[in-house]
Design a protein around this ligand. Structure first.
Ligand SMILES: Nc1ncnc2c1ncn2[C@@H]1O[C@H](COP(=O)(O)OP(=O)(O)OP(=O)(O)O)[C@@H](O)[C@H]1O
Length: 262
């Protein structure tokens, strides 16, 4: 953790509902450049929705998200304008996302999987994309796997390839939605190690995870969510309650009464 780094992701008053009710309730939070934040919380509390709203895969109902200086902002009831959708597009180019299911193209080898988006989306030349693809595979420890097809890989190798593919778009931020949940226990460590390596290189990362030990050991922040709110968060060894949240006010009072300054 580097406390002098500047904010890279600023989330303000983020709200999102689906037919069954409110899923994100007025979330505000800031993540500094280079930090690794883990989001934990009970099933259905809104972790994935929160992550998906950060890169506007789900457009918020209201509030704003700023990533690397690009802001998408929406007032309650506002119909998305072309300008807003342009901002969504800009913001999404700053963010790479990795899912529980690796979503690799089965009919392409690993190198082709990684080369595709830089060539199609960014118009990169084939030679350059090839060089980039090899570099990304090396970064995740899969240099010798360039010609392999997804069906021949373990889950851990597939997930590392999915990370390499996201990295090839040169994002400022990486988001991971339960990246190790589908893996056999012995394969979890190799994927978490890639995130630790990226952290050491200064990549800003947010991970929704059930890996408590990883969250505790590797994160700069742990964000605890419950019922669509951040109820508390841990920054280094200090646990902060969310002062806007009724359920955590009592918690905060407990700290103040105990003489701890939050
Ligand atoms: N696209 C959607 N349409 C309708 N409801 C949705 C949609 N996405 C999420 N939800 C609902 O929003 C709530 C929060 O879901 P979300 O996946 O964000 O929770 P989560 O904390 O990530 O859960 P889990 O740990 O089980 O993955 C759930 O009730 C879910 O059914």
């Amino acid at each position: 953790m580097n406390t002098i780094n500047k904010p890279l992701i600023i989330i303000e008053n983020l709200c999102k509902s689906f037919e069954d009710g409110d899923v994100l309730r007025n979330i505000s939070f800031t993540i500094r450049e280079g930090d690794l934040a883990s989001i934990i919380g009970p099933s259905g509390c809104g972790k994935s929705t929160f992550l998906r709203c950060i890169n506007c895969l789900e457009l918020m109902d209201s509030g704003s998200v700023t990533v690397a200086g690009v802001t998408v902002s929406r007032k309650p009831g506002e119909v998305p304008s072309d300008e807003m959708l342009q901002k969504v597009h800009e913001l999404r180019t700053e963010v790479g996302m990795v899912f529980q299911s690796y979503n690799l193209f089965p009919n392409k080898n690993l190198l082709q999987n990684i080369m595709l988006a830089p060539m199609v989306v960014k118009g990169m030349k084939k030679d350059e994309a090839h060089e980039l693809g090899m570099k990304m595979l090396e970064k995740v420890g899969l240099k010798g796997f360039a010609q392999k097809y997804p069906s021949t890989l373990s889950g851990g190798q597939s997930q590392r390839a999915a990370i390499a593919r996201a990295l090839a778009m040169n994002p400022r931020v990486m988001l991971y939605d339960e990246p190790t949940s589908a893996l056999d226990p012995e394969l979890v460590g190799e994927v978490l190690q890639v995130m630790k390596d990226l952290d050491a290189e200064g990549m800003t990362q947010i991970i929704v995870t059930h890996e408590m030990k990883f969250a505790k050991d590797a994160s700069d922040y742990i964000i605890f969510m419950d019922k669509g709110e951040i109820v508390e968060y841990e920054d280094g060894d200090i646990l902060f309650a969310n002062p806007k949240n009724d359920r955590t006010r009592a918690f905060l009072r407990h700290f103040v009464n105990a003489g701890v300054t939050c």
